[in-house]
Design a protein around this ligand. Sequence first.
Ligand code: HXC
Length: 289
Amino acid sequence: MANVYASSVFKPGIFQSKVVFCTGGAGTICRRQTEALVSLGANAAILGRKKEVTEKAAAEIQSLRKGSKVIGISADVRDLKSLQDAVALSVKELGRIDFVICGAAGNFIADFRHLSANAFKTVVDIDLIGSFNTVKAASSELIKNKGSVIFVSATLHYYGVQFQSHVGAAKAGIDALSNALAVELGPFGVRFNCIAPGPIDGTEGLARLLPDGAREQAIKAVPLQRLGSINDIADATVFLFSDAASFITGTVSVVDGGAWQTGQMQALAYPDTVLNSDKLWNKMKKAKL
Ligand code: HXC
């Protein structure tokens, strides 16, 4: 996994005086997205459920660039009031909010026959309702500053992925929310786009769906013949928030090396289990996912 974000493409200081508000900001992907924006001049508020983890990550991100301010706020995206408080604190400490990243997500593999209603609802609450709550809480700042929003989506609802019915449903909802808001709030100057990461090296999501032994097999299913890095997602984020994307809204940027187009990753990683849910579940359980 790349240790730092360093861009030879985007100009230093392009996000000077901008502020990003990022949920899930201590997690692998969202942290790198925030680091990239901060390294290019932004200030940031990152949100997470665990106070200590979030504050430590904020201090580390802040240390990347002299003069940047990064605050960590503990909040649960399922609770609109805690997000409204987080927005108020961010505006007090950082002055404004220009960019929002809706990155908080919950995921586990679960056989539908044993997936409880509450387990399904929990993931929808974090991913989809949490994204709604985040935009809702930040909406007046976004409208005032003609801001921009990135939802972290996925590709697993483009086709059927076993044991991910809850996550696929939530991510499909996020794509729909983004499209609708792009149309509704576009006239106010606010842009909404999704980034759909594919197999990104070093992330919990990939480790969960792909145990070590299946790594080389899985790479064979990626047209660009490698796994993605968190910097690939950070680059897409920088582009979508930059002025170079000022006419881009209501889109999904799929950053996956073309992987979903083949639809082969799960089949290659777990041969002989296609459409055999019991066999696949046993293999995945053995891999302690
Ligand atoms: C089945 C499970 C479960 C599991 C929890 N539940 N874990 N069911 N298999 N492994 C059920 C519980 O039994 C309960 O239902 C309900 O879900 C709520 O569980 P809680 O533990 O009370 O919820 P909570 O404490 O809020 O935790 C939320 C969580 C948590 C999502 C369950 O585990 C979490 O945050 N996980 C890690 C987050 C994460 O992985 N983030 C990276 C996301 S990567 P009952 O019926 O018993 O009450 C990502 C990429 C997607 O999203 C794309 C992948 C390619």
